[in-house]
Write a protein that binds this ligand. Structure first.
Ligand SMILES: [Zn+2]
Length: 133
């Protein structure tokens, strides 16, 4: 269960969007009290590497280096495929809950309309994705 304290969907969208800019590595975390799940996205040529590290206590872990965590997930995807999947997931959340429903569920955070638009723009401009959007 991801807690309400972090804006997980917005953070994910922003982290993927950042890889189209100058950033080669982006990080964000899910606060799954008491644990921290830290996502580290690394951009290579046309691929995105995803590593998720688990830290036992989110109260102390934000200052710790990645290497102090336990790797619980590691995968690499073509950027076009990964970005499309993230956008697709966001659209499905919106379709299922609507903006009002999302707000009611997440309490502290509205549906991240801006980050979705930003990532879609970057994806369409840079990824030559032939799928529908
Ligand atoms: Zn696409």
């Amino acid at each position: 269960m991801v807690s309400y304290c972090t804006d997980a969907l917005a953070d994910l969208l922003a982290a993927v969007g950042g890889l189209y800019e100058r950033q080669r590595t982006t990080r964000f975390f899910f606060d799954t009290e008491p644990q921290e799940l830290r996502w580290v996205l690394r951009a290579t040529e046309e691929a995105i590497g995803v590593t998720i590290y688990k830290f036992p206590d989110v109260a102390f872990s934000p200052d710790l280096p990645d290497t102090d965590g336990t790797v619980i997930w590691q995968s690499t995807h073509p950027r076009r495929v990964f970005s499309h999947a993230v956008l697709d997931a966001a659209q499905n959340v919106l379709k299922e809950h609507g903006e009002a429903g999302y707000r009611a569920k997440w309490v502290l955070h509205p549906f991240p309309v801006g980050p979705v638009q930003d990532l879609r723009r970057l994806h369409l401009r840079n990824d030559a994705c032939g799928l529908s959007h």
